[in-house]
Design a protein around this ligand. Sequence first.
Ligand code: NAD
Ligand code: MG
Length: 383
Amino acid sequence: MKRNLAILGSTGSIGTQALEVVAANPDIFEIEVLTAQNNADLLIEQAIRFRPNVVVISNETLYDKVFSALDPLDIKVYTGEKSLSSVVQMESINMVLTALVGYAGLIPTIAAIKAGKHIALANKETLVVAGELVTGLAAKNRVDILPVDSEHSAIFQCLVGEFHNPIEKIILTASGGPFLGKDREFLKNVTKLQALKHPNWSMGAKITIDSASLMNKGLEVIEAKWLFGLTPDQIEVVVHPQSIIHSMVQFEDGSIKAQMGLPDMRVPIQFALSYPARLKSDFPRFDFSKYPSLTFQQPDLQTFRNLGFAFEALNQGGNMACIVNAANEIAVASFLRDEIGFLEMSDLIEDCMQRVSFVKTPTLEDYIKTDEETRRRALEFSF
Ligand code: NAD
Ligand code: MG
C-alpha cells in the first residue's frame, strides 16, 4: 500500500531531503501536502514536481504568488494560522512528517495525532515543550511517533526486535559542534558565522546554533525521555566528534548496541517513512579504512551550560522544558541578529528558568501561556 505523506516544512533541510527519498521511491510514497513559511519559489517548484493536493504557505503576503502559480494545476493553496492544523487532518493522509522548526510544530502535530495520523517526528521541540501530553495523545489514538532525529532513529533501530527487553540506559552521541574544546574566554566573542559552521552536518540555522551551544543535545535528552519512556539518569551523553555512531542502547545484561553510518539525514528520514521496512538506497556507504579511529569524550558542562539546563528541566518536570525551549528560541533568534553574544544565550535561558511561572501539571493551555510568558520575559532580558 502506498504511503500518503504530508510534509510540514518541505522547503527546509529535512523537508528537501525527505523529498529526495520520495523521488527515489515513487512506488511507495505519494505527496498529499507540502508546506512552507517563506520560500514560495521552492514550494511552487516542489508542488509542480510532486503534485500534492494541497500546499500551505504560512506567510500570508506570499499567498497570491503561490495561488496564481498552482491554481491552474488544480492544487489547493491555503494560508493563515490554522491552516497547518486543518490540512494534516485530510482523510487521504497516512503520515505527517513534522519538519518545521520550533514551537510552531506543536499544535499541528497534536491535530495530526488526534486525526489518527502517524507522525515522522523531526520537530523535536514538540516533545520538548509538551512531551507528556503528546506521547499520551499518541498512545490514546494508537498512532506511532517515529523518530527522524538521527540519535533517536539510532536508538529506535537498536530497539527493533528488543521492544520487550528493558533498557538499562541509552548513550546519546554528540559531535561537540564547531566549538568542541574551546573555553568560555574564546566563546565570549564568537560570531554567528563561526557558530553556523557545523563540522559534520548541514542543517537549518536554528538547529546549527543549538548544536554549537549543546542546546541541541539538551533538547534531544528531553526528546529521548518521552520517546523511549526513560528517567533522566538513564540518559547519558558522550561526545563523539566523527558522528559515525549515531547513538547506543545498553541493555540489562550489559550488552550495548550501536547504530552506525555516515552522517546523512536521508537514512533516518527514510527509515521513519518506510518503517518497518528498509528500502534499498544509493546513499554513500561508510568505509572503515577512512576512519581508523572513532573517539569518545565527556561533554564539558561548565563551558556549555545548556546541556545541564536540559537535565535540570527534566528533573523539575512540569512546564520547565517548555520554558527552556521558548527562552532558547528567543536566544537563538537574538544571537542570529547579533543582539546578544554566544554565552549570553545561556544567561537568558537561566534567567527565564528562574523567573517564569512554574506549573507542576500543565495542560495544553498552560503550555501555550508558558510559551507566551517566556518569550515576553526573554525579550525584556537585559545584560
Ligand atoms: P529549516 O530551517 O531548514 O527548515 C524549516 C522548514 O519549516 C522550512 O520549510 C520553513 O519554511 C518551515 N517553517 C519554519 N518556521 C515555520 C513556522 N513558524 N511555521 C510554519 N513553517 C515554518 O530547519 P531544519 O534544519 O530542516 O529542521 C527542521 C526540524 O527538524 C527542527 O525541529 C530540527 O530540530 C529538526 N532536525 C533537523 C535536522 C537536520 O539535519 N536539519 C536533524 C535533526 C532534527
Ligand atoms: Mg540529532
